[in-house]
Structures are given as C-alpha cells and as structure tokens.
Design a protein around this ligand. Sequence first.
Ligand SMILES: [Ca+2]
Ligand SMILES: [Ca+2]
Ligand SMILES: [Ca+2]
Length: 132
Amino acid sequence: MRLTALAAALSLLVMVSAPVLAGPPGCVGPDSDGDLIDDCADNCSDVSNDLQFDADGDLCGNVCDTDWNNSGLIGFDDFGGWALAFGGSDANFLVLQPHTGSVGFADFGQWALAFGGAAGPSGTTASTTACL
Ligand SMILES: [Ca+2]
Ligand SMILES: [Ca+2]
Ligand SMILES: [Ca+2]
C-alpha cells in the first residue's frame, strides 16, 4: 500500500516536472534558448518563450514573429503596423510574455531587435527558417 502511494507521488512529480510542451515523436533536444521546450517543438527556438503564444497561428511564436505584414523581412512596414496598433489590444502585436494586453514600447523593442532580419526560426514549421 505504501509502495503504491509512493509510486503515485513519483508519477505526479514526473508529470509536474515534465517539459512545458512535448514535441512530436522523435523530437529530442537541444533547447537552445533554455525555455524547456526542445528546438524541434519550439515555435521560437532562439528566443525563450515558454508560453508559446502565437496569435496568428502560423506556428511562429509572437516573440519572434514581428514580421507583422508577412513580407519575409522585418522592416519599416512592420513598424507602421505597430504604430497603428499602439495602445490597442491587437494580439498580433503583443510580443513579450506575459503580455500586458496592451500594445506598447516593450513590443516595439522586440521588433527593433529583429529589424532587418526575418521572423523565426521556429522548430514547428515545415522549414526551420520560414515563419510566413
Ligand atoms: Ca527552447
Ligand atoms: Ca523558445
Ligand atoms: Ca505567429
């Protein structure tokens, strides 16, 4: 009886300490950004985002998806979208986690860090570099 209770407690401990998101079969490490989600299952494999928030559902998490017009390049056109969304609650522009519910300068900061590059990379898209 005691052994059963101990086994149940250990099982619960294993479930609680398991990674936040299980990847597809065969998906095992590494976890480049340290958010406890293996790169092959991480929708932003280079940026820590354990919540995996992806407002537009393109399999690229918001934190690395500031190519808001999906042009393939993070540039001034995307800034225009952010400026129009500023102060509002458009979930596509809520980048940092946990987000505040209001588009603000912190979200702009993430766009600035990625300026000139492309969205991603995401381990959950067909291509590890495309997030369109
Ligand atoms: Ca990760
Ligand atoms: Ca990540
Ligand atoms: Ca996205």
